[in-house]
Design a protein around this ligand. Structure first.
Ligand code: PPS
Ligand code: ADP
Length: 147
């Protein structure tokens, strides 16, 4: 598409920049703070940066919004707990239900739903292609991309 993009997610952040952090509320807050600062650097470099984190607390998402400014787009990838548990790609929900993982989001750690996200994507009901199209349409509407 001719745009320089990058995705930050658990795979490239939690194993290095944030390897000292776990999943307590305090550590999640620090995780999102670092990610927000890194995202800002990417933006300064002209990159469209996508951050795919649980980011469970409204206050931290709001801080990220303030830091980044008007180009911040909050996309709520909604999915019921039921569907997440059926997918259970890494078997973590099963382990959390057995009590083997503590402070697991959705089971034993809170998730504060966004109140006014720019976009809500129903990932539990829509196909992957439909989800992607919805995001691309929004980015076109906002002139973040022009194709
Ligand atoms: N206790 C607990 N709670 C929630 N998630 C857990 C936990 N332990 C491990 N994982 C795996 O870590 C990934 C989510 O990390 P995040 O950095 O997005 O979390 S947060 O934003 O700091 O809340 C996410 O993995 P990915 O889906 O590969 O990103 C989770 O499966
Ligand atoms: N819109 C969707 N439609 C169908 N399957 C999806 C959709 N979104 C995610 N999935 C599937 O759900 C699983 C978890 O998705 P993933 O992107 O790994 O989630 P996360 O990193 O947020 O835990 C994967 O197997 C993925 O293929």
């Amino acid at each position: 598409m001719g745009y320089h993009t990058f995705v930050l997610d658990g795979d490239n952040v939690r194993h290095n920049l944030c390897e000292d952090l776990g999943f307590s509320n305090e550590d999640r807050i620090e995780n999102i703070r670092r990610i927000s600062e890194v995202a800002k650097l990417f933006i300064e470099a002209g990159v469209i940066i996508m951050t795919a984190f649980i980011s469970p607390f409204r206050a931290d998402r709001e801080k990220a919004r303030q830091l980044v400014g008007e180009d911040f787009v909050e996309i709520y990838c909604h999915c019921s707990l039921n569907v997440c548990e059926q997918r259970d790609v890494k078997g973590l929900y099963k382990r959390a239900r057995k009590g083997e993982i503590k402070e697991f989001t959705g089971i034993s750690s809170p998730y504060e739903e966004p109140e006014n996200p720019e976009l809500v994507i129903e990932t539990g009901h829509q196909s992957l292609d439909e989800c992607v199209d919805q995001i691309l349409d929004y980015l076109r509407q906002c002139n973040i991309i022009n194709i």
